[in-house]
Design a protein around this ligand. Structure first.
Ligand SMILES: Nc1ncnc2c1ncn2[C@@H]1O[C@H](COP(=O)(O)OP(=O)(O)OP(=O)(O)O)[C@@H](O)[C@H]1O
Ligand SMILES: [Mg+2]
Length: 505
């Protein structure tokens, strides 16, 4: 992703109230630039654009960068950054800091109105948090599955509000790359006053120590600081220290099968975290998002069912697809999905971001979890297989030979781009379609797959029942591999194989 940050060292000469300017651009251009800096001569991780403006102040107070338009790593536009700590009387170099207004007023997203089929999970989460003493709740799972929405609903439940009585803090962690900036974010959200010669950590910890009652911190989207560069050790240390204060309860939302650090997390959902929606609430959500635009016809119910089934009932995909119903009839939408797949899973007219485009959300995960080389090949490989890899522990190294496979698998599981189910590795349909399109499987891997399944079929036991049981989890994969190879013009043995296979089905 190429980010074009605003970055200058500028001299602000006082009286430059932001209110007098219509945009951050005009504000900056009115300041005397004493040392423009470009990204050509400055190395900075493009994951972090929060740290891009160093300002020398001269008699400057009360400036408020309210309209700065900066896009963060997740492609979400946020309103403003920087400068809230205020300058000292001398010209100084301000370290990056987050504008208090941003964090206080717009950091906590609104609780989503349309939220179907999660009553049980909300109740479980509320019950966990409302038990006495500090509680640690991990809301895990794939992108767009509704983790943040779930956290917001739990956080806003009356009994949670009662227990934490105004001491609930929501930290949007996609803005923070390391322990230091997380501490800074917490200090801002908690409105703690900075004191001279006191470290930020001490200010935070003193506050947690002297809290008047139970306190809840929601670390939303923790994958960013957790997976950034080499900052994990400090982030882990910080989180574990925070968890040791007797009054502090935590909610963390992140992709991956496990909560961060050595903290006794209680997890919501199943082994892979928050599950997909059940068909009935998925349909309710689709209809609610589509609103009046949905014209009912004799077969519209079954068309919706079919579309949602093909989307694997993933909430983000449901929401994004439902929005098209404003413009195109349901039937056409289904045809668009069959033809163009994930390209329909984005919001029209908005900049792509994590919550407006399924493809964007998946690409961010690929980047943050540093999925490349053979791990990316494995991901492409899995996207080719409608049944995933059944019984992967037994067959992965035959089906996809290579070194260090278990580490590849664990990186992919951590990213939640794949998940484990019944001893197999699987992928949700929106992820599968995007990966398949963007990172198609290589011909060598297809050939290997074909060899594997040819052997597999030859070795099937003669006992029909037994053979059937072994075949069942692979049926769609076998269908696909032979279909693809035949289309490619493979040999007559394979053609026969496919013919007898299709006959058997
Ligand atoms: N149960 C639900 N019913 C209807 N819509 C939902 C539901 N859960 C989530 N959504 C919608 O799906 C979208 C994604 O939800 P959310 O942001 O909570 O997912 P997430 O798991 O936190 O994603 P990410 O991993 O990218 O942070 C949002 O637009 C949300 O409103
Ligand atoms: Mg989220």
């Amino acid at each position: 992703m190429s980010l074009k940050p605003y970055f200058s060292i500028i001299q602000l000469t006082g009286h430059m109230q932001m209110d007098n300017f219509t945009s951050f651009d005009s504000y900056i251009s009115s300041a005397a630039v004493i040392q423009p800096v470009t990204l050509d001569n400055f190395q900075i991780s493009d994951s972090y654009i929060n740290v891009l403006l160093f300002i020398t102040f001269n008699n400057l107070r009360n400036n408020d960068f309210t309209n700065a338009n900066i896009t963060n790593v997740d492609g979400n536009q946020t309103n403003n950054y920087y400068g809230s700590d205020g300058p000292s009387s001398q010209a100084n170099l301000i370290n990056p800091s987050y504008n208090r207004k941003l964090l206080q007023t717009s950091a906590t997203p609104a609780v989503p109105n349309i939220f179907k089929g999660r009553e049980e999970l909300v109740e479980q989460g509320v019950n966990i948090l409302c038990q006495q003493g500090p509680r640690f709740l991990a809301i895990l799972g794939a992108g767009g599955m509704g983790k943040t929405s779930l956290a917001l609903h739990i956080m806003n439940a009356p009994s949670v509000k009662d227990k934490f009585a105004g001491r609930c803090y929501f930290i949007p962690c996609e803005l923070f790359e390391d322990a230091e900036s997380l501490v800074q974010g917490l200090i801002h959200v908690m409105e703690l006053t900075m004191q001279e010669n006191q470290s930020k950590q001490k200010i935070l910890f003193d506050h947690l120590q002297s809290a008047q009652g139970d306190l809840l911190i929601v670390f939303d989207n923790f994958k960013t600081p957790w997976n950034h560069g080499d900052s994990r050790i400090n982030v882990k240390n910080l989180l574990e220290k925070i968890a040791q204060y007797g009054k502090v309860s935590l909610i963390v939302t992140m992709q991956g099968p496990d909560g961060p650090g050595d903290i006794p997390w209680e997890k919501l959902g199943d082994k892979s975290g928050v599950p997909t929606l059940a068909p009935v609430p998925a349909k309710q959500a689709f209809k609610a998002f589509a609103g009046n635009n949905l014209q009912s016809s004799d077969d519209s119910e079954s068309q919706i069912d079919s579309l949602l089934y093909q989307l694997d009932h993933v909430p983000l995909a449901i929401k994004l697809s439902a929005q098209h119903v404003k413009r195109v009839p349901l039937k056409a939408l289904i045809r668009m999905w069959e033809k163009d797949k994930v390209s329909i899973l984005k919001e029209e007219g908005t900049k792509p971001g994590r919550l407006t485009s399924v493809s964007f959300s998946i690409d961010i995960s690929i980047k943050i979890f540093k999925i490349e080389g053979r791990t990316l090949d494995l991901l492409s490989f899995l996207s080719f297989l409608p049944d995933g890899i059944p019984f992967w522990l037994e067959c992965l190294d035959q089906i996809f030979p290579g070194e260090g496979l278990s580490s590849n698998v664990s990186t992919l599981l951590d990213s939640s781009l794949i998940y484990g189910q019944n001893e197999g590795l699987k992928m949700l349909a929106p992820v599968r379609e995007h990966i398949h399109l963007k990172y198609p499987i290589g011909q060598n891997d297809i050939d290997q797959l074909e060899r594997f399944y040819t052997q597999f079929l030859e070795n099937l036991p003669s006992n029909n029942m037994l053979a059937q049981r072994l075949l069942q989890p692979h049926i769609n994969n076998i269908d696909k591999i032979f279909e693809v190879q035949i289309t490619r013009g493979a040999n007559s043995w394979e053609a026969n194989c496919l013919a007898s296979w299709q006959e058997a089905c």
